[in-house]
Design a protein around this ligand. Structure first.
Ligand code: ACO
Length: 214
């Protein structure tokens, strides 16, 4: 992420623990967080201050325009839903310790946390989370709203579909395609393609359920 010389403004939509990590990345990159919103007051983190009510309560009253937004909501389906109803522009948040190839592409609203690595010719979609120390190797395609959890390792030519969550410390061997809205459990070793909506756990990874979200 290019370090700003003058302060740039950004708003954060979501005020839980994930929002705290995003805020730290933004402040490190010389941003000012002008507003923080949340739809669920009960989920607000104790360290999040001055949190305004989100757009759900009254979509037309919400200040959609203005400073760009980062959707700081960890649940992939909720992040996707919010991105559908907000009419805002989006910012990215990339920790200065992340190593990102010049030939990779990163979509709007995406966050990349400390120590993550993104290797050449990889494409990361919109509103994706590349979490702490995740390793996304060459020629990957990561769909919109996906989450690659801390310390997950994706080998070369891996695909992760829209909205899929790869759990903490999971490993995906080369050329595997994970469908959309899948859940890959913590520590799972994925050695073959995974169909849409599947939850996979263990070593080798086995499907324990397939459930299309309602
Ligand atoms: C900064 C951050 O915090 S980022 C957050 C990152 N979060 C994660 O990585 C969490 C990943 N989540 C998991 O691993 C969860 O266990 C899930 C989503 C895979 C499964 O959750 P559920 O659907 O609720 O399944 P449930 O807990 O009922 O378990 C079903 C079975 O799978 C097994 N199982 C669940 N997770 C795993 C796993 N990661 N590895 C191996 N087996 C597992 C359970 O032991 C259980 O087995 P049993 O039927 O023999 O008793």
């Amino acid at each position: 992420m290019e370090k700003q010389t003058s302060k740039k403004k950004v708003r954060i939509y979501g005020a839980g623990g994930h929002s705290q990590v995003i805020k730290e990345v933004l402040l490190m990159n010389n941003y000012i967080v002008t507003e923080t919103f949340d739809d669920k007051p009960e989920g607000v983190h104790y360290a999040s201050k001055n949190v305004a009510i989100g757009a759900r309560k009254d979509l037309s009253a919400f200040p959609h325009e203005g400073d760009p937004v980062i959707i700081a909501v960890g649940i992939n389906s909720e992040r996707a839903e919010i991105a559908q109803f907000l009419k805002s522009t989006y910012e990215k948040a990339i920790h200065e310790s992340a190593i990102i190839s010049n030939t990779s592409k990163i979509g709007e609203g995406t966050v990349v946390f400390a120590g993550a690595i993104i290797q050449p010719n990889t494409t990361i979609g919109k509103h994706v989370i590349i979490n702490t120390g995740a390793s996304v190797d060459h020629d990957n395609i990561i769909g919109d709203y996906a989450h690659i959890s801390p310390k997950a390792a994706l080998c070369g030519h891996v695909e992760v579909g829209e909205g899929s969550h790869v759990g903490v410390g999971a490993v995906v061997i080369p050329k595997v395609k994970i469908g959309k809205w899948c859940t890959i459990g913590a520590g799972t070793i994925v050695i073959k393609d995974i169909p849409d909506y599947a939850t996979v756990v263990g070593n080798p990874g086995k499907i324990i359920k397939t459930k299309k979200p309602v």
